[in-house]
Design a protein. Structure first.
Length: 276
């Protein structure tokens, strides 16, 4: 029999979950609040939380100084392009490792994962020279390729774990019905693994969106995304915390909206599937 849960226990678990969630979210909340303060209030000691003179002057200053729309578009292209390109490469790779494994499959998976342990600065110089030779420096295409290669091991690993949970007999039945390899992947495997593919897409969009090392070193003016937009508010004169917070808020707002929308869609999808 299932263990009975008291009302007090439910209330305690709920309060604990909210407490942990608010603790994790607090740095983002503090950044958002700081963006509405003046520079003097942003560095006040003791800090002020809610009771201060709210102002939009930081957002006006940021928008006047920088073309936010251009940086935002670069981030959308780079994050979205690298994720979609990675999915196109990772789905066939994960399919072959999950359903047609070889004696070296586990070794290849471990080798791919080990590449994430290499410090990025260790390969910066050769990649920088390659970009100069190929004319990819300060280009969105170059950043799409680099970020795709960086996140490709994570994409393959995640898809591999989702594909392994799909019974191979279903794919065998599709082959017996005359399905080609392309039809098997597109019409049988992909719909069944859609929740896993969606979560993989969301995670890698966030990773590419927040990537700062490669975007700051391989982009300057034309292809600079929002990470470079934020970094531009760190100057030799010091940190302007209020304006920096406003720029950070403008940079994280799209990804927060995307995460909220994706969570709502996932919950709706699971509810619809349960009812159906």
């Amino acid at each position: 029999m299932a263990r009975a849960t008291t009302t007090q226990r439910k209330a305690l678990n709920t309060a604990l979950a909210w407490g942990v969630g608010l603790l994790i979210f607090f740095p983002i909340l503090w950044t958002i609040l700081t963006s509405f303060k003046t520079e003097a209030q942003a560095i006040a000691d003791p800090p002020v939380f809610l009771f201060f003179d709210w102002t939009l002057e930081n957002y006006a200053a940021v928008q006047e100084r920088s073309n936010y729309g251009r940086f935002l578009w670069n981030s959308v292209v780079i994050a979205g392009g690298s994720t979609l390109l990675g999915i196109l490469i990772a789905v066939p790779a994960a399919w072959s490792m999950a359903f047609v494994p070889s004696n070296r499959t586990k070794d290849i998976l471990l080798w791919m994962l080990s590449t994430k342990m290499l410090p990025a600065v260790g390969v910066l110089y050769p990649i920088y020279l390659i970009f100069i030779k190929m004319g990819l420096l300060d280009s969105k295409l170059g950043l799409v390729v680099v970020l795709m290669l960086i996140n490709l091991p994570i994409i393959i690993w995640m898809l591999y774990t989702y594909f392994k949970e799909i019974p191979g007999e279903i794919l065998e039945a599709a082959r017996m019905d005359g399905a080609s390899l392309r039809e098997e992947v597109l019409y049988i495997l992909t719909p069944m693994a859609l929740p896993g593919i969606a979560s993989t897409l969301l995670l890698n969009v966030i990773l590419a969106w927040n990537e700062a090392f490669w975007t700051l070193n391989l982009a300057a003016a034309k292809a600079a995304p929002l990470t470079a937009f934020i970094a531009s508010y760190s100057s030799p004169e010091g940190l302007f915390y209020a304006k920096l917070s406003a720029a950070s808020t403008m940079a994280i707002a799209p990804i927060l909206i995307l995460g909220w929308f994706s969570q709502k869609q996932l919950v709706s999808g699971l509810t619809f599937g349960a009812v159906k």
